[in-house]
Ligand binder design. Structure first.
Ligand SMILES: Cc1ncc(COP(=O)(O)O)c(C=O)c1O
Length: 448
């Protein structure tokens, strides 16, 4: 069957995420038939370079042989068993390894990122309740934060496009200033912005700590805010303030975990251990949905007792799915055996050199980079920029999804230099085309 036949059927039967479906009257869906490495192929044989790791999940490349093999082997033994009352080898091994890597020895599983956020928020509140402080039942999140779109996660998310409609359902978090380094005045550094943001956080904690269970943040990069990057001093400062005011620190590493910022976990760059770490997305290399919240002995012990309601009575049917855990183990094996994070540091230097001319484009502002993420803002009057740039890049065989007027690349770690060069060239051409008034699309902000 051709692209056209599949997309007609999809538009009729599938309600696609984060989409005004009517938009697909003018912007066709892209039906993907297969994928390998950094490339997606549609049913007509056209190829697209996946510069966003398929919504930031595909860590090592599509069809990665070692992950496929691990899933296949597990498939022949055990596909799934409920994790309440039962356990199995992949979930035990994964929990042990993640515990050793994060310094947080108790792993609780969910499926998608948002379910990890829900788990961390509920666990933090419940910890304080079990510890005789039920009044600690609110949260602080950062301005422009994104932690997922279930009702609890949306309350700590500061993206009005997604949350405003549901405001009557939400109990919004208090918002601390973002340490987004782009806010630096000409003579200021990213560390100065971090310091100012910490002062704002301290004010909030001074006033409200008695009613606050946790601060939740995305370490080093606020992804959905448009790859807002910030100085690691903010992490160490936030950790110190949380300790001082007796508030948990939840590190949402759903987007940045597993090497994305240049270290296995972004928190390492701030020299901190959070009270909770949320992991998902790249955890299975983009093969299967899995999320995990890891926490401390102290938190775990507060739930341990004879009273059943003192325990954490939260569950998802696919908690700790054996196939997903085996994929995650294969990801950890590959990262370790092939020393991928160290190799990425050199790879990223070469990629930065290839992308450097883009920073000189007259419309490009705040060209920035950390680990395996590159981003820049485009100074454009076009309200339809994100849509039009997406279309212009797709026509050139590249998948990117600008966030507002921010273009970013978050490639799978298998990306090669010639592919980054293709991306740079296509971006340059697309910017030129849009500046000349081409590739218009419906005005529509696109996320991630
Ligand atoms: C930092 C962060 N937290 C949570 C989520 C939600 O993850 P999911 O879409 O898997 O629910 C995302 C998704 O982009 C994210 O970037």
């Amino acid at each position: 069957m051709s692209n056209q036949q599949w997309l007609t059927r999809s538009a009729q039967a599938v309600w696609h995420p984060c989409t005004q479906m009517k938009r697909h009257e003018s912007l066709p869906l892209v039906p993907i038939a297969s994928a390998e490495g950094a490339w997606l192929t549609d049913f007509d044989g056209k190829r697209y370079l996946d510069a966003v790791s398929s919504w930031w999940v595909n860590l090592l490349g599509h069809g990665h042989p070692r992950i496929k093999q691990a899933i296949n082997q597990q498939l022949n033994r055990l596909e799934h068993v409920m994790l309440a009352g039962f356990t199995h080898q992949p979930v035990i091994e994964l929990s042990e390894r993640l515990g050793a890597l994060t310094g947080l020895g108790h792993a609780f599983y969910g499926s998608d990122g948002a379910s990890a956020t829900e788990i961390a928020l509920k666990m933090s509140f419940h910890y304080w309740k079990n510890s005789g402080q039920p009044e600690k039942n609110r949260f602080i999140s950062l301005e422009n934060s994104y932690h997922g779109e279930t009702v609890g996660a949306l309350a700590v998310t500061d993206v009005p496009l997604f949350s405003a409609t549901y405001a009557p359902l939400l109990r919004p978090a208090l918002r601390a200033p973002t340490p987004d380094a782009r806010r630096a005045a000409p003579e200021e550094s990213a560390a100065d912005v971090a310091r100012q943001a910490l002062a704002g956080l301290q004010d909030l904690l001074q006033q409200h700590a008695h009613s606050i269970a946790a601060l939740i943040l995305e370490p080093l990069v606020q992804g959905a805010a448009g790859m807002a990057m910030y100085h690691p001093d903010y992490l160490s400062g936030a950790r110190a303030l949380c300790d001082r005011y007796q508030v948990h620190l939840i590190a949402d590493e759903i987007a940045v975990g597993f090497g994305r910022t240049g270290t296995l976990f972004a928190c390492e760059q701030g020299g901190i251990t959070p009270d909770f770490i949320c992991l998902s997305k790249g955890i299975t290399g983009g093969f299967l949905p899995l999320s995990c919240v890891l926490t401390t002995d102290q938190v775990y012990q507060a739930f341990y007792g004879d009273d059943v309601t003192q325990g954490f009575l939260h569950s998802h049917s696919y908690t700790g799915n054996a196939l997903a855990c085996s994929a995650a183990l294969a990801v950890l094996d590959t990262l370790e055996d092939e020393q991928i994070i160290a190799a990425n540091r050199e790879r990223a230097q070469r990629f930065s050199a290839i992308l450097a001319p883009l920073a000189q484009h007259p419309q490009v502002r705040h060209f920035r980079h950390i680990g395996m993420i590159w981003a820049f803002d485009v100074d454009t009057p076009r309200a339809d920029f994100s849509q039009s740039f997406f279309s212009a890049m797709l026509a050139r065989g590249c998948l990117v999804r600008p966030i507002g007027s921010t273009v970013y690349f978050m490639p799978p770690y298998c990306m090669q230099e010639h592919e980054i060069a293709l991306l740079a060239q296509a971006s340059f051409e697309a910017l030129q085309q849009l500046a000349q008034g081409g590739a218009s699309g419906a005005a529509q902000p696109a996320l991630a």
